[in-house]
Design a protein around this ligand. Sequence first.
Ligand code: SPD
Length: 289
Amino acid sequence: MSEVFKEGYFTEECPLWPGRALSVRIEEVLASEETDYQLLEIFRGEGFGKMLALDGKIQLAESDEFIYHEMFAHVPCFAHPEPENVLVIGGGDGGVVRELLKHSCIEHIDLCELDEEVVNQCTRFFPWTGKALNDPRVDLHFLDGSLFVKGHPASYDLVLVDGPDPIGPGEALFTKNFLADCKRALRPGGILVSQSESYLLHPAVTEEQCRTFQELFAYSGYYAFSIPSYPGGSLGFCIGCDEHRVDAPYRRPIGAFVRRLKMYSMAVHKAAFVLPPFWTKRFESDEEK
Ligand code: SPD
């Protein structure tokens, strides 16, 4: 049993935000195993429902995963005129794939997840996300995303990097080399999105990621949203495209699609990119400050 299960609580701590912790009272431990790559734990947390943690870091909570996954999938999908072919790196819980599959224009998704056991356990304990991975439009690849994308032909309309924190193996997914490889796998007009932590809790990590996206793409941005199950209660994604802005939708959800969304709307898409001056000033030139 993990050290993070102490006195009936799961506690997440991280050197990226020292001296602070997020604790959740455990109602029931459902799985705890050392896979070939990491410590995987699934438990019921009071107020959050079933939760997944990898190496002591919360990845998923039943109560609010829709916030993360809708914002991750629909912002780039609706910013693109007609995405057909998509690569997801990480995301073995299936949540982002579930949201991508709501777009009838998407014909094919490659999902590259290092740890097959994440898919096995999520399919068992989180069928509402995991079962999306059985869709015939999805191909699963169990290998390191940085190897999969290196030298890959420019064939994707969207590349989505559902990375863990930039500590240990996850660090590679935050490097400029890796993100440049992801960019090279995009077709013209393609969009790259990457989990970029909370600008409130991890400002240095988010700032560096934003600068990398600015260097790589003609148009880039960071969008943020509130989500209580991650430390700091917020998270965000960097997004980049070489052909057009991505901070407003190109298309809009209509009809039955609107009823399948709990988080995403056109207004939420645009609002998520609006950030306060204490943050935007970091990116102003000396003359603008
Ligand atoms: N510190 C928050 C890291 C979130 C990482 N990814 C979550 C995976 C959900 N599909």
